[in-house]
Design a protein around this ligand. Structure first.
Ligand SMILES: [Zn+2]
Length: 210
C-alpha cells in the first residue's frame, strides 16, 4: 500500500487568495544566537495551502472547524480525474460515472499542473465546481469534496457553490496537490488543526492506496 502526501508545503512562496494574509515564517529563538532551542513563529490565514472550510466560513450560523465530524474527514475516497474540463458541472459529473455509494470525492484537474510546476503566483482561471455540480453531489449523498486549487468554486463565484455544500454538511477540502495520484479508490486521512471558533484550518492530508 502506497501513501501519497497530497498536502501543499507551507512556505512564503505558496500562492495565497487575493486579500488573504500571506505566509510569514520567522525563527524567533535561534541556537546560533545562544538560545536553548530553535523556535519559529508562523503568521498566515487559516485558508492557506491545503485546508478545510468550516460551514462558518460562509454561513453565519454554521459550525466552526473545531466542531467538524472527523469521521467525514477519514475513510474511503474516490479521486476523479477531469483533465479536459474548465468547469465541473452536474452534466460533467453525470458523465463521469462516479462509483455508487461514493461519500468522498477529490477532483484532479488541470489545476494540479500548477503545483507540479511550483507556480508561486495566484491563478484566477483555475477549474472549480459549479453550483449545479455542488447540488448534484449533495443529491448523491457525497459528504466530502476536495479540490486541487485554493477554492472549490470558480473565481469570483465563491458563494453559491460553498453555500450548497456547507449548508448540506459537506466538508470542503481545498488546496490539494494531486499531482502524483491517479484516478481511483483510496483511503483519505485529512486532519485540520483544531483551532477554536475558526472558519477554516490548515490540514495534513494523505491518501493510502487500497
Ligand atoms: Zn477555504
Amino acid at each position: 500500500m502506497r501513501t501519497y502526501d497530497i498536502t501543499l508545503t507551507i512556505s512564503p512562496d505558496l500562492p495565497t487568495w487575493p486579500g488573504d494574509p500571506g505566509v510569514e515564517i520567522e525563527r524567533v529563538e535561534k541556537i546560533e544566537d545562544g538560545s536553548n532551542a530553535n523556535v519559529s513563529r508562523v503568521d498566515m490565514g487559516v485558508h492557506t495551502g491545503t485546508h478545510v472550510d468550516a460551514p462558518y466560513h460562509f454561513l453565519q450560523d454554521g459550525i466552526t472547524v473545531d466542531e467538524l465530524n472527523l469521521s467525514l474527514l477519514t475513510g474511503r475516497a474516490y479521486v476523479l480525474h477531469l483533465p479536459e474540463v474548465d468547469l465541473i458541472t452536474a452534466a460533467v459529473l453525470e458523465e463521469a460515472q462516479i462509483p455508487p455509494r461514493t461519500r468522498r470525492v477529490l477532483f484532479k484537474t488541470r489545476n494540479s499542473e500548477l503545483w507540479a510546476g511550483a507556480e508561486t503566483e495566484f491563478q484566477t482561471d483555475f477549474v472549480g465546481l459549479s453550483e449545479d455540480g455542488a447540488e448534484y453531489l449533495v443529491r448523491r449523498g457525497v459528504k466530502l469534496v476536495g479540490m486541487d486549487y485554493l477554492s472549490i468554486a470558480p473565481f469570483k463565484q465563491s458563494r453559491p457553490t460553498h453555500e450548497r455544500l456547507l449548508e448540506a454538511g459537506v466538508v470542503v477540502v481545498e488546496g490539494l496537490n494531486l499531482t502524483e495520484v491517479d484516478q481511483g479508490r483510496y483511503t483519505i486521512y485529512c486532519l485540520p488543526l483544531k483551532i477554536a471558533n475558526s472558519d477554516g484550518a490548515p490540514a495534513r492530508a494523505i491518501l493510502i492506496g487500497v
